[in-house]
Design a protein around this ligand. Structure first.
Ligand SMILES: *[C@@H]1O[C@H](CO)[C@@H](O)[C@H](O)[C@H]1NC(C)=O
Ligand SMILES: *[C@@H]1O[C@H](CO)[C@@H](O)[C@H](O)[C@H]1NC(C)=O
Length: 457
């Protein structure tokens, strides 16, 4: 297996060097870690040495906006190939830490700190902001500190905001007045800026019991989806023996949900936290016959048990392996692109490191929303990955934010730990090509030459 992939790499190195030379941006740094990219696509860094790039967005003039945690927001003009030409600082604010969104009109910019979501008037021509407004306040809390923002394109008055739980297993996740572990939708046309996040007249609950839905996305029909980071250190108290069994290596699943319309929020959408989690490996739960995608309770009792979870928690649309840490999701914006793209930040407490890549899930549009091609277990394909994911404990790029360029053929991907932003481009790869393309099949290496040589050592 190793020999084969080395031969493949050598073949590409010797036989396709012009293709490799074409797959880089002038003046851009080489990748910090050796990459692999799906067949028919190419990938290259467009920016390096940034300050922990997190959320990314593309404005209505095609400029790339990057939220750099601890610095602020930088803006970058790009050429026709998607490469960065010129960069400038748009917002100087070290408290901004993750969320960024551009209004559908292109005239407003949103970004978040752990406490506040701001809105600015934005000029995409000059890449400048003015008139900062505190749109949503009172989000500060313990635990997870990203406040992901989504500006709906279809319902352009609406801003959707995600706040994670206060701890790994947070009882407050079930109490909606805490404002934790929930996604709310705000009508920015008649927002009351003196009201806090938790005021129900201000932001409507779209989902609660969402442990940490860092990724939120709108599909091409205007339906909102989220991708959730599930519980760490999962265990199961066996209902027969009362024994506590450590099941954290292979459970629970990370997962995506279909939430619906931000202008008609469903306040009873319950994501399961802190009581209910989703089965990834059924073999770990020996006291019940459960299948992948079913709910289970960590510690079943007469109130909260598997059956209660199955009845009360909303079924996920898609399961992902445990530990992969999805931090963003984007639906293809090109009219022919029915894929879902998910950025995985990667594991920290699995025996073998997993995640650390951008994956593609094929799907289709049905009943006004995106659905995965073959149900909750639809397999994914790696789009942009590290050469050796199992060695990521010693350093890898770690995808965070995703944003499509206007034509939907350019996908920007930030990596916070390596300070990079990559451009992933569709070459001759069809958008639909992922359907029959298992993740371990042949992958094209399209990194800058030094990294490729490094990868062979
Ligand atoms: C709201 O969400 C709950 C939980 O998933 C679901 O049972 C219900 O049908 C949803 N309501 C609407 C109107 O979509
Ligand atoms: C059931 O478990 C939950 C969560 O662990 C706990 O809060 C609740 O008090 C328990 N109820 C009973 C009846 O034991």
């Amino acid at each position: 297996m190793v020999i084969t992939s080395l031969r493949l790499s050598l073949f590409l190195l010797l036989g396709a060097s012009s293709a490799l030379a074409a797959a880089s941006c002038p003046g851009a740094p080489a990748p910090a870690y050796p990459l692999r990219v799906a067949s028919g696509w190419s990938a290259m860094p467009v920016l390096g040495s940034l300050t922990r790039p997190r959320g990314v967005a593309v404005d209505t003039k095609g400029n790339l906006l990057v939220l750099e945690r601890g610095k602020g927001i930088t803006a970058h003009t790009v050429d026709g190939a998607g490469c960065v030409e010129k960069s400038k600082v748009v917002v100087d604010d070290p408290n901004l830490n993750h969320g960024i969104a551009v209004h559908e009109s292109g005239k407003k910019l949103f970004a978040s700190t752990p406490d506040v979501a701001y809105e600015w008037d934005y000029d995409a021509g000059d890449m400048e902001v003015k008139n900062r407004k505190e749109l949503i306040t009172g989000m500060l809390g313990p635990g997870h500190n990203t406040r992901t923002l989504l500006a709906s394109r279809k319902h352009s008055d609406y801003l959707v905001v995600s706040v994670g739980s206060g701890s790994n297993i947070d009882d407050g996740a079930f109490v909606t007045s805490t404002g934790r572990a929930q996604i709310r939708s705000f009508n920015t046309k008649n927002i009351d800026t003196s009201a806090a996040f938790t005021d129900d007249n201000h932001g409507k609950i779209m989902a609660f019991g969402m442990r940490n839905s860092v990724g939120i996305a709108e599909d091409r029909e205007g339906t909102i989806h989220s991708v959730d980071n599930s519980v760490d250190d999962a265990y199961r108290v066996n209902v027969v023996t009362s024994q506590v069994v450590d099941i954290h290596q292979h459970n629970p699943a990370e997962k995506a949900y279909t939430l619906g319309d931000p202008s008609n929020a469903n306040a009873s959408f319950f994501g399961g936290a802190p009581y209910c989690y989703t089965v990834y490996n059924p073999a770990d739960i020996t006291d019940q016959s459960l299948k992948v995608g079913d709910y289970f309770a960590l510690q079943p009792n007469s109130t909260f048990n598997d059956a209660w979870c199955q009845t009360n928690a909303a079924p996920p649309a898609l399961v992902l392996p445990p530990h992969v840490a999805p931090l963003d999701m984007k639906f293809g914006t090109h009219k022919d692109d029915n894929n879902l793209y998910i950025g995985l930040h990667g594991s920290y407490n699995a025996d073998t490191t997993v995640g650390y890549k951008v994956i593609v899930v094929p799907g289709e549009y049905s009943g006004g929303r995106w659905v995965p091609a073959s149900g909750v277990q639809t397999p994914s394909t790696d789009l942009l990955a590290n050469q050796n994911e199992a060695n990521c404990g010693t350093g890898c790029f770690r995808p965070v934010g995703l944003a499509f360029g206007e034509d939907g053929e350019h996908l920007y991907v930030s990596s916070d730990t390596s300070g990079e932003v990559f451009l992933v481009k569709r070459g001759n790869g069809a958008f639909g090509g992922f359907k029959n393309h298992p993740s371990h099949s042949v992958l094209t290496l399209a990194v800058a030459l030094p990294a490729l040589v490094w990868a062979l050592l």
